[in-house]
Design a protein around this ligand. Structure first.
Ligand code: ATP
Ligand code: MG
Length: 487
């Protein structure tokens, strides 16, 4: 009788496969421990059903900080009797005193109900339906509360497996309550709901306190959450590096051993996340952190090789640093330029191997470009519009090294000349080429047509550009203008 009660409780505590209670004291205590562990984990992962409600007087975020369009959509939903909140990154950014990139809303209204509450809107997505609400050129994304997969609950349908064999989440399209919606989010600081009408923050997981303490903490069991979605590891690194947060011990611990899980993430998703990271304005910090956590293997499989070569490392760091400066100054940056820089030393090494095998310089360069891109895009789906830019940039490098005859005039006319020149300058700054070549091109651009004729090298003149002999100038030179927005 007693055993039956314990067994029943063990099931309720989320241990459906717990062996029957044997009556043995040791088994009894281990079941009890398991129940307590399970209970604690559930409380931890679900957060409190009663959230903290933080008033304007303690957080200081006024509704004026919310975009007018987001406020209009919230008002429309609330006046139709629904709950509606600004959620996620926007609340986090406002608390950090940063301007949010965008404002996402969470509501208890279903997509059709959102549609009828706010007419200028459309439903998007098939698997999980979201609503885009439009005011002029601004679009606000509205999502109905969802609940994540509870790993301790068996899946409902026969074939409805929620995760793949690595634990990666395949479905998360089940509607839920507000606490469910908070619990399915990744980090505590990303699970805050802000109501513009009351100016209150609803906080189920102590996200506001974590943000104050500069602490990044995963909601729930970090190992399970990374298995569900390995991209969360990249997000952890990005948020920590971008906002100067410390990754809490338990949140950090699984990252290194789980790095290989990134191989199961669809390449297009990995690219999107990588792009966010590189364009965060803190790319240098992020890449250093990725390397520290052993995550860069999964992203750009050859990046670790590059980062171990002094010239490659210097080049990549200069490119990242220039990108960060531009992003923080609000200037446009070109992903094609950045990826071309990240992979340049790999192209160089591959083409050298081909030349050593007897291939001529140009065919070797072109074959190397294809080989490097093939290897990389298997893991990271770099869109074609970027790979086209990258190839242009790489191919133009060869042409910029030739300063004889009509060639420099033709290169100057090339639509990608400016970006290619910035790239060349970066190569000079990193010490791969002598500064003289970059200087020559700077002067050549500024020169009159007659001066240009006198600057040309004769065919027989030795190419002095290859390999530096003296220490290059420190960063901050002309290459800071690198990512020509036209790329
Ligand atoms: P940013 O837009 O600055 O990159 P963000 O936190 O807003 O940061 P988004 O990708 O816009 O990131 O996601 C919006 C919200 O959705 C997040 O704040 C988080 O609550 C949730 N979210 C995003 N990605 C995940 C994920 N992989 N796992 C769980 N929740 C996620
Ligand atoms: Mg966002």
């Amino acid at each position: 009788m007693r055993s039956a009660v314990v067994h029943h409780d063990a099931r309720r505590a989320g241990y459906p496969n717990e062996p029957f209670f044997t009556g043995h004291a040791c088994a009894h205590s281990s079941i009890l421990k398991a129940m307590i562990r399970s209970l604690l984990r559930r409380v931890f992962s679900r957060g409190s059903a009663k959230p903290k409600v933080i008033s304007f007087s303690s957080h200081g975020i006024s509704r004026e900080g919310i975009s007018p369009c987001a406020r209009r959509v919230v008002e429309a939903l609330q006046s139709n009797g629904y709950k509606a909140f600004v959620v996620g990154g926007a609340v986090r950014d406002l608390l950090l005193g940063k301007q949010p990139n965008d404002f996402d809303l969470a509501t208890d209204a279903h997509p059709e109900q959102v549609r009828s509450a706010f007419r200028r809107s459309r439903i998007i997505g098939r698997r999980f339906r979201l609503v885009h609400c439009m005011c002029g050129s601004e679009t606000i994304e509205v999502a109905t509360y969802r609940r994540g997969h509870d790993p301790e609950q068996p899946s409902e349908g026969k074939d409805e497996s929620h995760t793949d064999e690595h634990g990666r989440l395949l479905r998360d399209n089940v509607y839920g309550t507000q606490p469910d919606d908070a619990a399915r989010r990744d980090f505590t600081i990303n699970a805050l709901f802000y109501d513009p009408s009351t100016q209150e923050i609803i906080d189920y997981h102590n996200g506001v306190a974590d943000l104050k303490k500069k602490r990044l903490r995963m909601i729930g069991d970090p190992a399970v959450r990374y298995r569900e979605d390995p991209v969360r590891m990249l997000r952890a690194v990005r948020f920590a590096a971008s906002y100067g947060l410390e990754i809490e011990k338990a949140t950090l611990a699984p990252i290194r051993p789980f790095a290989s899980l990134l191989a199961n993430v669809p390449p297009a998703r990995l690219f999107d996340e990588m792009l966010k990271l590189l364009l965060s304005g803190h790319a240098t910090q992020c890449v250093m952190r990725l390397r520290r956590e052993g995550l860069h293997h999964g992203l750009l499989p050859l990046l670790d090789v590059i980062l171990e070569q002094p010239l490659g490392e210097r080049f990549v760091m200069l490119a990242l640093n220039n990108t960060d400066v531009r992003v923080l100054e609000g200037k446009p940056v070109s992903p094609g330029f950045l990826f071309a820089a990240l992979l340049w030393h790999e192209v160089l090494a591959t083409s050298k191997k081909l030349r050593d095998g007897g291939m001529a310089a140009m065919p070797a360069l072109f074959l190397a470009m294809d080989q490097v891109l093939d290897t990389q895009t298997a893991q990271l789906a770099i869109p074609r519009r970027f790979t086209t830019d990258m190839k242009d940039l790489w191919a133009l490098q060869h042409r910029l090294e030739n300063r004889t005859g009509k060639r420099p005039f033709r290169v100057l006319e090339h639509p990608r000349f400016r970006a290619a020149y910035d790239f060349l300058q970066l190569r000079c700054d990193s010490g791969e080429l002598e500064a003289e070549l970059g200087d020559w091109w700077r002067r050549f651009q500024q020169a009159t047509p007659t001066e240009r004729e006198t600057m040309l090298l004769r065919d027989s003149e030795p190419k002095r550009s290859r390999r530096r002999r003296k220490r290059p100038a420190e960063s901050g030179s002309a290459s800071a203008v690198q990512a020509d927005a036209s790329m």
